[in-house]
Design a protein around this ligand. Structure first.
Ligand SMILES: *Cc1c(COP(=O)(O)O)cnc(C)c1O
Length: 392
């Protein structure tokens, strides 16, 4: 066996954030300001996010993770014991675990094999009298079929909370995800997402009741407005506890990063798009199924670039990833479906046969590096490695 190609080059990680001098200066400014926890910069970040979404009536609530945001959104719509929440098996466990935090049950359904997004027909088939909400995930950054999902929700009186951890910025029918008309949408600013605050998330909603409840539950169940209603002047030390809330606030240190990452988001997306198109062109003739493109005029965030081995591809998925690693290139798998994870499998007695499309996608897919900090040479190196392995 010959030595692996390119193994003399430094390792190319699967994902890396792009943090610039402006982010660093803003963090330093925050540290010097004396206000390091939630304060003026978190507020400014929320306002900037509302501006980014382009609709002043949308409230943005900064939280310390998307997981926290999903938990708050489901709590605010009243998910509780006895309820069922329908979501996709082809996701990260955070999407589903928040339902269990609230004592409700998760109903997992299979995906559309073309998009790897939740299949709306299977959502409709899974509805029972206990169903309370649907949680679609915009897998890899391609919008889920929200028009059909919102229509199902309307017809059955269900709530919709979007897990938009991958979908910043993503559009459907030229509308940004976050403005589609669901009850709430949650974005993630985890280190490997399309913009980052280290850890962080944003819950966005047009519903003032959801916003008010999420704000109270984000910080210990503290409500200052309860006092405001009766007294003109609130002493700065006074607060009321109206519920056993959580500790989910975003720090100003994190928000300082977010302010500048958000400014750069359009540019980030353009670079991701450029890399995705380079991959599409370079891989068109290989025994690989390439990720679906959005319809003309819509935006894919390209959080992930997921390759699928065609049936005629001679290499197995695990071997493909191993050979990429041997060439110094990190890859990943999105996802090990929830129906294969011990907790979910055992709690709901799930089998692979119930999720044939997700199961097949799991066995045949892997994600290759796609991030703005990649150089053109990095992109060419990934292309060369994929071509060489696939054509063996
Ligand atoms: C990253 C991710 C989350 C969780 O985001 P955090 O900000 O890390 O809590 C939830 N759902 C999906 C699909 C994700 O990829």
């Amino acid at each position: 066996m010959s030595a692996p190609q390119g193994s003399d080059l430094p390792f190319l990680p699967f994902a890396l954030p792009e943090i610039g001098e402006e982010e660093i200066a803003e963090v330093v400014d925050t540290l010097r300001s004396g206000w390091v926890t939630t304060g003026p910069k978190a507020r400014k970040f929320e306002q900037a996010f509302t501006e980014f979404l382009g609709e002043p009536e949308i409230e943005c609530i900064a939280v310390n993770s998307a997981t926290a945001g999903l938990h708050l959104a489901l709590e605010a719509i009243g998910v509780g014991p006895g309820d069922e929440v329908i979501t996709t098996t082809h996701t990260f466990t955070a999407t589903a675990e928040v339902v269990r935090y609230l004592g409700a049950d998760v109903v997992l359904v299979d995906i559309d094999p073309a998009t790897l997004n939740i299949d709306p027909a299977l959502i409709e088939a899974a509805i029972t009298p206990r169903t309370k909400a649907i949680v679609p995930v915009h897998y890899a950054g391609l919008a889920a079929d929200m028009l059909t999902i919102l229509d199902i929700a309307r017809r059955h009186g269900l709530r919709v909370v979007e897990d938009a951890a991958h979908a910043l910025p993503t559009t459907l029918e030229k509308e940004l995800i976050g403005t589609m008309g669901s009850d709430a949408t949650v974005f993630s600013f985890y280190a490997n997402k399309t913009m980052t605050t280290g850890e962080g998330g944003m819950l966005v909603t047009r519903n003032p009741k959801i916003a008010a409840r999420a704000k109270v539950m984000r910080l210990h169940g503290i409500n200052r407005d309860a006092f405001d209603r009766f007294t003109a002047k609130v002493p700065s030390w006074y607060y009321e506890i109206v519920a056993p809330g959580f500790k989910y606030n975003l720090t100003d240190i994190a928000a300082a990063l977010g302010l500048h990452q958000l400014k750069r988001l359009k540019g980030f997306q353009a670079r991701r798009e450029q890399i995705a198109q380079a991959y599409h062109e370079a891989f068109a003739d290989l025994p690989l199924i390439l990720p679906p493109q959005p319809v003309e005029g819509d935006t894919h965030s390209w959080h992930l670039y997921v390759l699928r081995l065609a049936d005629e591809c001679a290499v197995e998925r695990d071997a493909f990833i191993e050979q990429m690693f041997a060439r110094g290139i990190g890859c990943s798998v999105h996802y090990i479906p929830l129906h294969l994870q011990p907790y979910w499998r055992e709690r709901y007695q799930l089998t692979p046969e119930q999720f044939p499309h997700s199961q097949k996608a799991y066995e045949r897919t892997f994600s290759i590096p796609l991030y703005t900090a990649m150089t053109d040479a990095d992109v060419q190196r990934v292309i060369a490695a994929v071509r060489e392995i696939a054509l063996r």
